[in-house]
Design a protein around this ligand. Structure first.
Ligand code: ATP
Length: 249
């Protein structure tokens, strides 16, 4: 790994870039994952590289949905494995939830590499290696999933998901929680709960709310989720971004 000086003003961003680049060299991240990361970075810059209160509200509701689910699943792709593997494993244990490797550019080698990495880091219940079901409405290998995992999940956390799959999961009647720095993406627009935050900050923050809400009555958690207004939250994020941009002029 290239040495990055801690005094560099963009230290965190450079470390994250290096992580993604290394993960691509090791076959964890697909080359298009670098492009997706760049788009995310641009929006994070606009947000101020911080968890804004509107994102934190969504993170709280995400925790409520995951805690009140019968079969919650956290979907892992290459970028998520590179940037937030430990955080996702910890969150899955705390809820508890299953992890499923679900790749847009799927290859058996990449699935195996990500699985080995997650297991080495302590992941227990891990799906995705032996797909035996398909998400309806999606072509090619990106529809592949496991019956006991994503296929029958009632709540799915999809960090950095593509819009089609997010919509297809919604179409199956699931509660879909998206983590996406771009509030305009199709995933962000289609999800039940959209968290406009960096996956590296969002996952630990959801876990914080899991700890806080753990002893809350199930009926209260369900009410928090059912009364969540995702469009209102997204409109708030858009307004936050435009005010922030205007403040520079
Ligand atoms: P869609 O299909 O949903 O319209 P897209 O084509 O941009 O969106 P992808 O390129 O598949 O979707 O996914 C990348 C998305 O993930 C982008 O919206 C990007 O902003 C977001 N993203 C990238 N890195 C991060 C990150 N570290 N944390 C959160 N979101 C991120």
């Amino acid at each position: 790994m290239q040495k990055i000086s801690k005094s560099h003003p963009r230290y965190q961003s450079l470390v994250t870039r290096e992580l993604i680049a290394q993960a691509m060299k090791h076959g964890i991240v697909h080359e298009t994952g670098l492009i997706a990361h760049g788009r995310g970075e641009a929006f994070d810059y606009l947000l101020g590289e911080t968890t804004i209160p509107l994102a934190d509200s969504a993170e709280k509701i995400a925790a409520a949905a995951l805690l009140s689910a019968k079969n919650p699943v956290i979907s892992i792709n290459g970028n998520v494995a590179a940037l937030a593997a430990d955080e996702c494993i910890s969150l899955a244990k705390n809820i508890p939830a299953n992890l499923e490797i679900n790749l847009f550019h799927r290859s058996p080698e990449r699935v195996k590499k990500i699985a080995a990495m997650l297991r080495k880091k302590g992941a227990h219940s891990l799906y995705g290696l032996n797909p035996d079901a398909r998400i309806p409405g999606l072509d090619s290998d990106r529809a592949l999933c496991e019956k006991k995992g994503i296929f029958t999940a009632d709540v799915v956390l999809v960090p950095l998901e593509d819009g089609d799959r997010c919509q297809a999961l919604q179409g199956m009647g699931k509660i879909v929680i998206a983590i996406d720095l771009n509030p305009l993406s199709r995933s962000a627009q289609a999800a039940t709960i959209t968290i406009v935050d960096n996956v590296t900050r969002a996952v630990p923050r959801i876990e914080h709310w899991v700890d806080t809400l753990k002893d809350t009555k199930s009926s209260h958690l369900v009410k928090l989720v059912s009364t969540w207004d995702n469009s209102k939250n997204l409109a708030g994020v858009m307004s936050f971004l435009s005010k922030r941009l205007n403040s520079f002029s």
